[in-house]
Design a protein around this ligand. Structure first.
Ligand SMILES: [Zn+2]
Length: 557
């Protein structure tokens, strides 16, 4: 179901922007305010195209794709005209910042997004072998491989989607079945990386990514800029995190198809308590206990399976927040995912996506800033509530049972360090794009994760982001540093929140979320912590997998 956001009354917006940027004379305030009103309409049209392209509805608010696309183009032209007529140098600093923020948002919208990738004219997986594709087209073709092959992995006389397969690798008891499920990824890997020849589709794409990053700035640059920490230091943090895991997790080696099983005992112990139908209500209850009523916030869910559905879960704006008749209407979020099985892995992802949803709904700022902040902060924040599902206190309250702390935390951080491994992989590939991705991945995973080397198998190619936005994995891997810091500081300030805390949502809204795109990660984190970021909090969390009670199950890992 798609909600019907209230129709905009442009006069109200203009009046309000005038108030928000009060103190300026009308002659300078007006063009910026007009641009901001058009900006919101442009973004809402973009969201409408996005929801139609996702395949869940053919029409949105009574208009089809062509109508929304026409509106989108029209508003874009109008916005560009307004912006071109404004000289930021003549503006008060708040207005100049607003113009700059709008330009950042507009640049983001030129990037391929989940919406663009599932557009009807998007390249298909088979196009990945073509040599005439540009960088964006080749990425879109590779994302097509995830959609066409990754959504339909052949396993035991049936098909399973990639995300469900990753979950099942934690759960399946029989080693031979885990190996078979791992091997079900092979057609996807073949499409992405062929026989690992130097001009495989992925290897051509990563060279284009490095060239594009050198010319236009990369996702890695963006994450580093967001926190103001040099790339070399970030890389050192990632290595420290991986090394903490290497030391805490014990020396035994595991096969790549057994790694998730080796960390997943908590998933198996809790599987019976988390049936598929429990995911949405448990998630709702947790957020209600945190002071965020998802129903009241109007979050729209698209969780049912359909052909050609996005190969990865995501959350986006459905409608931007605005004042209507003098009353604030928060932004409305749309959550897209597929959870056919239930279980802790799916629950964690659903709570993460809803972390994005409550983030969107908490943004309350002038129109120019009604957008996501840096991807780094955005991904890190969504994990603040989602890490809670691995805490025994959370499990006790919402599932009526709990798994001991070392076993629970192993399940969480075993996946966190995989994201860190992918972050390091992308840093190294983008630094040396002619390098052999299989060799880079094997070196990282064998040393730090104790995974048996299989340099002939490109099993790194499990994440859509590697193809859709090279370098983006750093937002998860480095994001863990921020997540641990935010969780620690929030608990210090408010008391524990793993089993709910009614003050949580208002507090994080005020301190972190309300600004939208106005503030960068560095300023948010500096204000929160009163000191620069450090990896210490996440390193402390990883230590918890050692515990004092020992690890249940396979202690030799
Ligand atoms: Zn996310």
């Amino acid at each position: 179901m798609i909600t019907q956001p209230t129709k905009l009354r442009p006069g109200t917006i203009l009046l309000l922007v005038g108030l928000l940027v009060g103190g300026m004379n009308t002659a300078t305030a007006s063009p910026v305010a007009e641009a901001e009103a058009i900006f919101l309409d442009f973004l809402d049209a973009d969201s409408a195209v996005g929801v139609i392209d996702s395949g869940v509805v053919a029409q949105y608010r009574g208009r089809d794709r062509a109508a929304w696309e026409a509106e989108l183009r029209d508003r874009h032209v109008a916005l560009m005209e307004r912006l071109a007529a404004i000289d930021p140098a003549t503006l008060p600093s708040e207005d100049a910042a607003a113009i700059a923020a709008m330009r950042v948002t507009l640049a983001d919208h030129a990037d391929p997004s989940a919406a663009v990738e599932s557009a009807p004219e998007a390249p298909k997986c088979r196009d990945a072998s073509r040599r005439d594709l540009d960088y964006a087209e080749l990425r879109a073709a590779l994302v097509g491989c995830y959609r066409e092959l990754g959504n339909n992995l052949q396993f035991e006389n049936g098909t399973v989607d990639r995300g469900t397969a990753l979950q099942l690798l934690h759960d399946i008891e029989e080693p031979a079945r885990r190996k078979a499920l791992f091997d079900a990824f092979r057609p996807l890997w073949l499409a992405l990386n062929g026989q690992n020849e130097s001009d495989s589709p992925y290897r051509r794409m990563i060279r284009m990514a490095a060239a594009d990053g050198a010319a236009n700035g990369s996702e890695l640059d963006a994450a580093g800029r967001a926190i103001g920490v040099p790339k070399a230091e970030i890389e050192q943090w990632l290595v420290q995190i991986l090394d903490a895991w290497r030391q805490a997790s014990g020396p035994g080696m595991v096969e790549p198809w057994d790694y998730r099983y080796s960390i997943g005992e908590a998933n198996r112990l809790l599987a019976a308590q988390i049936p598929r139908d429990a995911l949405v209500p448990v998630n709702e209850r947790f957020y209600r206990d945190l002071g965020a009523d998802l129903i009241q916030l109007g979050v729209v869910y698209d969780l049912t399976e359909r052909p050609d559905k996005s190969p990865l879960a995501y959350t986006d704006f459905l409608a931007r927040g605005r004042y209507v008749n003098g009353e604030w209407r928060p932004s409305v979020a749309r959550v897209v995912g597929r959870y056919p099985l239930g279980g802790l892995f799916s629950l964690n992802e659903l709570v993460h996506e809803n972390g994005h949803a409550v983030h969107i709904s908490a943004i309350r700022n002038r129109p120019a800033f009604t957008d996501w902040p840096d991807s780094l902060f955005t991904e890190a924040f969504a994990d603040v509530p989602s890490w809670s599902v691995y805490e025994p206190a959370w499990q006790w309250r919402y599932l009526g049972t709990e798994v001991n702390e070392p076993t629970s935390l192993r399940a969480l951080h075993g996946n966190v360090v995989l994201d860190v491994a992918w972050s390091l992989f992308e840093i190294r590939m983008l630094r040396d794009p002619v390098g052999d991705p299989n060799a880079v991945w094997t070196e990282i995973t064998s040393h730090y994760l104790h995974i048996v080397p299989h340099p002939d198998v490109p099993w790194w190619a499990m994440r859509v982001q590697l193809a859709s936005r090279p370098g983006y994995m750093l937002n998860y891997g480095l994001g863990a540093v921020l997540t641990a810091e935010i969780r620690e500081k929030t608990s210090e300030s408010l008391g524990p929140f793993d089993a709910g805390n009614a003050a949580w949502y208002a507090w994080v809204s005020e301190h972190l979320l309300a600004y939208g795109s106005e503030r960068d990660t560095r300023s948010l984190m500096q204000a929160l912590l009163g000191r620069p970021l450090s990896p210490d909090a996440v390193l402390t969390q990883i230590q918890r997998i050692k515990g004092s009670k020992g690890i249940k199950g396979d202690a030799t890992l």
